[in-house]
Design a protein around this ligand. Structure first.
Ligand SMILES: [Mn+2]
Length: 313
């Protein structure tokens, strides 16, 4: 299949206040060092690197729950990223948001949702993650805000500080598919079930195959003329191939499963924006995880991993 040239915009989101340990702020530069721009250009795309964003200025805020860590930073980053994503989402470019911990998705996805609404199309979200990130500001036990963006995006209550008013363009929970989950708290499980979010855990992936699970979701996006945002968390991958994340959970997606997902997404032609999140270069082994994330992004943009010339003897 020929690669259709895309105008890709890289947006650095050095967010690290949402995670339990420091280091994700180095993520955007690790992707640059690992050759993300060059990889995409070699595939025939044009790439503009927007540089890194800064958090918005916000006044004083009282956190609704004393356990929450870096609440003000969460608000500041959400506002900045929301604004940028809402602009980019209506333009011709394909934004790739370089994280940064997963708290950043509160801004990127809400901005993309606002843009999708302006275009009159529904936004679908594929959340590739070991966790479901569906805690509310009340239900979180850790206080780490990277566990909450999906609940915010689906319109659960308690998040009005994030944009200063209730979220207008919420995601329909049934338009969200979480793939790769293997660590969910009871509070989250109850919320996911009651809201009807699509969840495929690793056991289902083992039993049914990741491609079989992804296909009906893509068909639904196509049938509804939707835009598709992909949020790829490093911990979706097995820690043996992707150690650079603060929240490793054994039993993640394999190299081939992850590439298959990206290849199917490419073939579908449906994806319109992407987050690369939770890379913590401080925990990496000689850039191995950063390089894998770049390779996976390459597959999403048309590279064939096993499409190599056969040697003749
Ligand atoms: Mn996550």
């Amino acid at each position: 299949m020929n690669v259709v040239e895309k105008q890709i915009v890289l947006v650095g989101a050095p967010v690290d206040e949402g995670a339990g340990q420091r280091g994700c702020l180095m993520g955007p530069d690790a992707y640059r060092t690992a050759g993300l721009q060059e990889t995409l250009q070699e595939l025939g795309h044009s790439v503009f690197d927007h540089g890194n964003l800064s958090p918005a200025e916000v006044g004083s805020l009282t956190p609704p729950n004393r356990i929450l860590r870096n609440y003000r930073a969460y608000v500041a980053w959400t506002r900045a990223l929301h604004q940028k994503a809402a602009e980019l989402g209506e333009g011709p470019g394909f934004p790739i948001y370089l994280g940064g911990d997963h708290a950043m998705a509160a801004g990127t996805v809400s901005g993309q949702a606002r843009a999708a609404a302006a275009l009159g199309r529904p936004l679908f979200v594929l959340w590739l993650d070991a966790h479901s990130d569906f805690h509310t500001l009340d239900s979180t036990a850790s206080g780490n805000l990277h566990g909450t963006p999906l609940a915010f995006l689906c319109g659960l209550p308690g998040f009005d500080d994030l944009l200063g008013s209730p979220l207008e363009h919420t995601l329909k929970p049934q338009n969200v598919e979480i793939l790769g989950v293997r660590s969910i708290d009871d509070a989250e499980r109850n919320l996911l079930v009651s809201h009807g979010v699509g969840v495929s855990d690793m056991r289902r992936i083992d039993e049914e195959g990741i491609g079989t699970l992804l296909k009906p979701f893509l068909e639904r996006v196509r049938a509804e003329n939707g835009l598709l945002h992909v949020s790829l968390d490093v911990d979706f991958l097995d820690p043996s191939i992707a150690p650079a994340v603060g929240t490793t959970v054994p039993g993640g997606a394999t190299f081939r499963e992850a590439h298959l997902v990206m290849e199917m997404l490419h073939d579908s032609g449906l994806v319109t924006s992407l987050d690369l999140v939770e890379l913590n270069p401080f925990l990496d082994e000689r850039g191995k995880t950063a390089r894998l994330m770049v390779e996976l992004t390459g597959s999403l943009f048309g590279r064939r991993v096993f499409d190599r010339p056969t040697r003749s003897f």
